[in-house]
Every structure is written in structure tokens, then in C-alpha cells.
Design a protein around this ligand. Structure first.
Ligand SMILES: [Zn+2]
Length: 182
């Protein structure tokens, strides 16, 4: 469970175009390129996307099949008039993207709620070194109150700010998830 990771993920979810950001979460830069190409050219084929993005056709296909498997894009099979064989034309499914994002937010919400319970249920001990881990009282006792990472002493740590931050985030998420999307 990583609170910072969730917060950064949520920031990403808020600021970019939904379809592109979901693609980016799933497969990074290559998926982002494919997603942008799809938005720029509705009903594009594999080859058109490959030439628009400069990506290799097998990379484009892998991304497309993955997005298709997650219902984030639809594909229709059409006959290529020039060459006579069948090709797929792909299209972003905007409504599915919202459902996907909400589902993702629900999972983050669940994690944050578990995290909040954990934060409330324990007393924490910390050495003060930012890169080191905070320990529960039980853990700190097992370690003789000495940080195994930096050797500093583990002293009581007030996690009330952390608790407030998590509670605020939970409220915000609950509001976002309950909002109708238009
Ligand atoms: Zn330490």
C-alpha cells in the first residue's frame, strides 16, 4: 500500500484527457501515442496508426488488442478497397473509459480506507530520515527502537496529518465517484 503512489495516480487521472490517460496508465508512452492517434483519426486501421505514431506495427497491434480486450476501443472489420483483404478499423469508446476510471477510483478508495484503518489502529515510530520506513510500535520494539536502515533512534511519530490527508482524499474520491458523468 503506497499512499504517495495513489495520490500521484489521482493527479494524473484528473488532468489529462480520460482516454489518453487511461491508455498511459495501462501501457505508458506507446499506448499514449496510439490513443492520441485514435482520437485524431476515428476508425483508423492498424497501419494508419503505425504510420501516424511512427511505432512498429506489432507494437501498435499489441496495444490495440489490449485496449480492445478491456473494452476501451471497438473494432469493426471492413474490406480494404485497394487491396481486397479485410482490415480492422478502431475507435475509442469514451463511455467505457469513464466506467474504467470509476472502477479504478473505487479500487484506490478501498485501498485508502484500509490504509486509514491501519493508520488509526497503530502507534508509529520513526527515525526522521525521509527515505526510511515508519514502524509500528510492535515493529519498533522488535528492532530495539533502532532504525535498521540508518541506525538512528526510532521515536514516537504523530501520524495525525497523514490521517487528515487520507480522510480528505477519501471524501474527494467518494464525491467524484458519485457524480454523474456527462
Ligand atoms: Zn532510518
Amino acid at each position: 500500500m503506497n499512499f504517495e503512489y495513489d495520490v500521484n495516480l489521482l493527479k494524473k487521472l484528473q488532468y489529462e484527457d480520460s482516454f489518453v490517460k487511461v491508455a498511459g496508465l495501462l501501457g505508458g508512452d506507446e499506448y499514449i501515442k496510439v490513443a492520441r492517434a485514435l482520437l485524431n483519426n476515428e476508425n483508423a486501421t492498424d497501419e494508419e496508426i503505425a504510420s501516424a505514431t511512427g511505432l512498429k506495427i506489432n507494437i501498435v497491434r499489441r496495444a490495440l488488442y489490449d485496449l480492445f480486450g478491456k473494452s476501451l476501443i471497438s473494432g469493426i472489420r471492413v474490406k480494404d478497397p485497394k487491396r481486397g483483404w479485410y482490415v480492422y478499423q478502431w475507435k475509442a469508446q469514451a463511455d467505457q473509459v469513464e466506467a474504467f476510471l470509476n472502477n479504478r477510483k473505487r479500487k484506490i478508495l478501498e485501498r485508502l480506507k484500509r490504509r486509514l484503518e491501519y493508520e488509526k489502529a497503530h502507534n508509529f515510530y520513526f527515525c526522521g530520515t525521509q527515505s526510511c520506513v515508519k514502524r509500528t510500535f510492535e515493529e519498533a520494539m522488535d528492532l530495539d527502537f533502532k532504525c535498521p536502515e540508518c541506525s538512528n533512534q526510532l521515536v514516537p511519530y504523530d501520524n495525525s496529518e497523514q490521517i487528515t490527508a487520507i480522510e480528505w482524499k477519501i471524501k474527494q474520491l467518494e464525491r467524484e465517484i458519485s457524480l454523474p458523468h456527462g
